[in-house]
Design a protein around this ligand. Structure first.
Ligand SMILES: Cc1cc2nc3c(=O)[nH]c(=O)nc-3n(C[C@H](O)[C@H](O)[C@H](O)COP(=O)(O)OP(=O)(O)OC[C@H]3O[C@@H](n4cnc5c(N)ncnc54)[C@H](O)[C@@H]3O)c2cc1C
Length: 532
């Protein structure tokens, strides 16, 4: 991670971003897609041009040293990184800025900030890296219940505190960013190996709070399986779970807290299960003439118990957009890794599964095959992708993604329904065709997690409404066809209407009761997961 402040508008740190050549290539592709010569460009306001209402709360003397009411801090904590966040940032709309941003340096300070929030009737928003794409960190208050908003940013709680080499686990503070976490584990030859695409600018606590999905396409897909125990500060005190490799003692307290998206407490530490760093790899890409044939090959691999680390299909258009192929073939990016044993046998067997469904390998599984050919081209594009959005939104290009999961027997019809509904919404809302592509991010023996990307040319002034209409149509289609509203991007505030349709009413009532038991004043993250 380079030095410098995180951008208040955009991905990464100030001074980072796409190169001119990368931006030019992306825009040339969009000019071709929408058949236009130029894009009408709007520039977001600079920090000094943004007007905020005065804060309605000031920190008590004992906490003043770790709190800020400065413009940068309040602006940079108003939004996450969703399309709607960028669209509002572009207009300089920061109505929901928190009144105070608190940066606790330890658990005692975090607990004191929670106490202060309770006394002041202020909503408290836990904040990790702020990479939420579902409105998870935006203080949207219930005016009747909250007088102000305090955002609690855990970035200074960023240390690996203890390593248990024997059990291969570590006690880690929740505010650590991905690269700093791996830097601290590397000298011990250990790794968490949880790499969401947002890895550089998201935190361990955020991953646990949102049940994030990492780069492992099979087996250890979600962070859930890597959590051994948790420490959580709630408005009623500290909650700590027992370190165990497994337990059958009733419903799991960890599983209640993992994915609670900051509504039950602030995760301050976790014991995490670690792995040896991989020494053996077998990786490469496989071409298929047909996306569904590739899906059938992936099902065979997933059901063979081979557990590849990477097993991502890109449909032909997605492969073209990322430079991995020419648009005539679907690409399967396939990789195995181990800290213990060579993987040629596993890779060879996976290639047999592919051949059964018409797949032809680009390579035979070299140790560094994940960096070569189509696999390498896709990998480079994947790492740089987050920097594109700030360029696109300025030009009214609506580019967004959504992900879901579905069982294999429904996959093909489900895919066609969701794609068609999203394409139709783009045409209706923008008056011209757009593009919807699909890849798999994770696969299970009983079904894939399809990840859709859509591209539409919007209109400045209407961008937010246009995006919302397309997103709603896609979400309706997902839920209507039996999928989940999210496989790993969380629920936040933006997915709530569809989450409400997905979960059984009695479960929602039980979750509400759990929230009331831990947070009786309703301070924590109002509007996330549960309605008022
Ligand atoms: C470019 C990009 C790529 C992404 N790729 C992936 C991906 O590959 N896989 C994936 O799963 N997600 C991905 N995401 C979504 C996002 O990065 C994840 O949801 C991530 O886990 C959020 O971590 P964070 O530290 O940024 O949390 P934040 O965005 O700060 O917070 C997310 C939610 O968790 C709560 N929270 C944060 N920290 C704590 C804590 N310590 N205690 C309690 N609650 C807390 C917040 O209140 C909020 O509701 C991506 C996002 C972007 C912008």
């Amino acid at each position: 991670m380079t030095e410098g402040r995180l951008k208040h508008f955009g991905w990464g740190r100030e001074g980072e971003g796409m190169t001119d050549a990368e931006a030019a290539a992306a825009l040339a592709r969009y000019r071709g897609l929408f058949d236009v010569e130029h894009f009408h460009q709007v520039t977001p306001p600079s920090l000094s041009e943004i007007e905020l209402r005065p804060p309605s709360l000031s920190p008590p003397a004992a906490l003043a040293a770790c709190c800020s009411t400065g413009t940068y801090d309040r602006v940079a904590h108003t939004y996450g990184k969703s399309f709607s966040d960028y669209a509002r940032g572009l207009l300089g709309r920061y109505d929901n800025a928190p009144d105070v941003v608190a940066y606790p340096r330890n658990e005692t300070e975090a607990a004191a900030i929670l106490d202060w929030a309770g006394g002041a009737q202020a909503a408290l928003i836990p904040f990790g890296g702020g990479s939420s794409v579902v409105g998870g960190v935006e203080p949207r208050l219930d005016a009747a219940a909250h007088k102000a908003a305090i955002t609690l940013d855990l970035r200074h709680m960023n240390r690996v505190l203890e390593i248990d080499r024997t059990s291969r686990a570590a006690r880690i503070e929740a505010g650590v960013f991905g690269p700093a976490l791996e830097d601290q584990l590397r000298p011990h030859a250990l790794t968490l190996r949880h790499f969401p695409q947002s890895f550089e600018y998201s935190t361990l606590g955020g991953w646990i709070a949102t049940r994030s999905g990492g780069h492992f396409a099979t087996l250890y897909t979600h962070i859930d399986d890597l959590v051994e125990s948790l420490r959580v500060v709630t408005p009623l005190g500290l909650l700590e779970t027992r370190r165990l490799p497994g337990s059958g003692a009733g419903p799991s307290p960890d599983r209640l807290l993992i994915g609670s998206e900051g509504i039950l407490g602030v995760i301050t530490q976790a014991w995490m299960r670690l792995q040896d760093r991989p020494r053996f790899r077998a990786a490469g890409a496989v071409r298929f003439a047909d996306f569904f044939a590739a899906a059938r090959a992936v099902r065979a691999i997933a059901q063979a118990g081979l557990y590849p680390a990477n097993c991502r299909i890109l449909d032909p258009q997605e492969a073209f957009n990322t430079g991995a192929a020419d648009g005539s073939a679907a690409i399967l990016v396939l990789a195995f890794e181990s800290g213990d044993h060579p993987l040629d046998t596993w890779f060879g067997r996976a290639l047999e599964c592919c051949a059964d469904h018409g797949g032809s390998p680009e390579s035979t599984g070299a140790n560094n095959g994940h960096r070569d050919g189509a696999a390498g081209l896709w990998r480079s594009a994947f790492i740089r992708m987050p920097y594109a959005r700030e360029h696109l939104v300025r030009r009214a290009i609506i580019a967004d993604t959504f992900e879901t999961a579905i069982t294999w027997e429904r996959f093909e019809g489900f895919h066609d329904t969701v794609k068609a509904a999203t394409e139709a919404a783009i045409r209706e809302v923008t008056g011209r065709p757009g593009q919807v592509t699909c890849r798999f991010t994770h696969v299970y023996p009983d079904g894939p997690a399809p990840y859709f990307t859509f591209h539409a040319l919007g209109r400045h002034g209407d961008l937010l409404a246009q995006w919302r209409a397309i997103k709603s149509a896609a979400s309706d289609a997902l839920i209507g066809a039996g999928g989940t509203i999210t496989h790993h991007h969380a629920v936040g505030r933006d997915h709530r209407p569809w989450y409400d349709r997905e979960v059984p009413d009695l479960f929602a009532a039980a979750l509400r009761a759990a929230k009331h038991a831990l947070d009786p004043q309703g301070l924590l993250n109002p509007g996330v997961l549960l309605g008022p």
